[in-house]
Design a binder for this molecule. Structure first.
Ligand SMILES: NC(=O)c1ccc[n+]([C@@H]2O[C@H](COP(=O)([O-])OP(=O)(O)OC[C@H]3O[C@@H](n4cnc5c(N)ncnc54)[C@H](O)[C@@H]3O)[C@@H](O)[C@H]2O)c1
Length: 253
């Protein structure tokens, strides 16, 4: 398998569920991958879990410009180029009614998702090869208001689409493609946390509700999201840019 042969890739949130699943898909297709995540044992464990000589970890906060520049500097120094950026790091915000919504959580969530994606484009794109690909992990929450209780997350996921659209236009002349991937609910810890918190607030079993209302009647596996990330990263999608790429089991149909 060689869809990603010799491609140098950076994946933020690389110690998490979707990031690590994407890294494994990339590595299996011949890529070299830097995983960026917050400092801590999860990052080391993710690097080990990849079980590959072609992976390295880099501890950085995606909302800190100096740390982002250091990460991109390291990857180009180590591997000589940069082909693919997956801006995927994220937090879950908070499920809370508007009148109670904490302003610090709103600011933090916008900072991680929107500023994080912006900095990835600002500092990553100048180092990328022409013809590269930037993928920003937005969400189904980037195109609808959800259950009306996560102002920060929904706003941040919409904002990432704005970052993507500006960057897609700005970088098209160099053949650099920029797309968002918009997953529906994934069967992982991140989403379970959201569903438990939202369910307690609304008095509804959100997990069951989703499994009944999503047309495909289930949550996604992380590797199903990774498959779509692989498509956008690889040369299978060379004419695809500026798109909001839904991977949502049909929620938005
Ligand atoms: N899980 C879902 O159902 C779902 C659905 C749609 C979109 N998403 C999005 O997918 C992306 C990945 O989520 P996941 O489900 O793999 O969750 P996850 O919690 O497993 O992974 C997120 C990773 O981002 C890292 N991170 C958080 N803040 C960071 C920061 N400031 N700097 C660097 N790293 C940071 C975390 O440490 C974590 O490893 C997120 O952007 C999330 O919003 C998830």
């Amino acid at each position: 398998m060689s869809l990603m042969k010799d491609k140098v890739c950076v994946i933020s949130g690389g110690a998490g569920s979707i990031g690590l699943a994407s890294a494994k898909r990339f590595l299996a297709e011949g890529a070299r991958v830097m995983l960026i995540d917050l400092p801590g044992p999860a990052l080391d464990e993710a690097v080990k879990a990849c079980n590959s000589k072609d992976v390295m970890g880099f501890a950085a906060d995606v909302s800190d410009a100096n740390q982002v520049q250091a990460a991109f500097g390291k990857v180009t120094q180590a591997w000589g180029k940069l082909d693919v950026i997956v801006s995927n790091a994220g937090n879950a915000g908070r499920n809370s009614r508007i009148e109670d919504y904490p302003e610090d959580i709103f600011d933090l969530t916008l900072t991680i998702h929107a500023r994080g994606a912006f900095l990835a484009c600002k500092y990553g794109a100048p180092l990328m090869n022409d013809g590269g690909s930037i993928i920003i992990t937005s969400s189904v929450s980037g195109v609808r208001g959800g259950n009306g209780v996560n102002m920060a997350y929904v706003t941040a996921k919409h904002a990432q689409i704005g970052v993507m659209r500006v960057a897609a236009k700005a970088l098209a002349g160099r053949g650099i493609r920029v797309n968002t991937i918009n997953p529906g609910p994934v069967d992982n810890e991140f989403q379970t946390g959201i569903e438990v918190e939202m369910g307690a607030l609304l008095g509804v079993n959100i997990t069951e509700q989703l499994n009944q209302t999503v047309p495909l009647k289930r949550h996604a596996r992380p590797d199903e999201i990774a498959g779509a990330v692989l498509y956008l990263a690889s040369d299978l999608s060379t004419y695809v840019t500026g798109t909001v790429h839904m991977v949502d089991g049909g929620i938005m149909c």
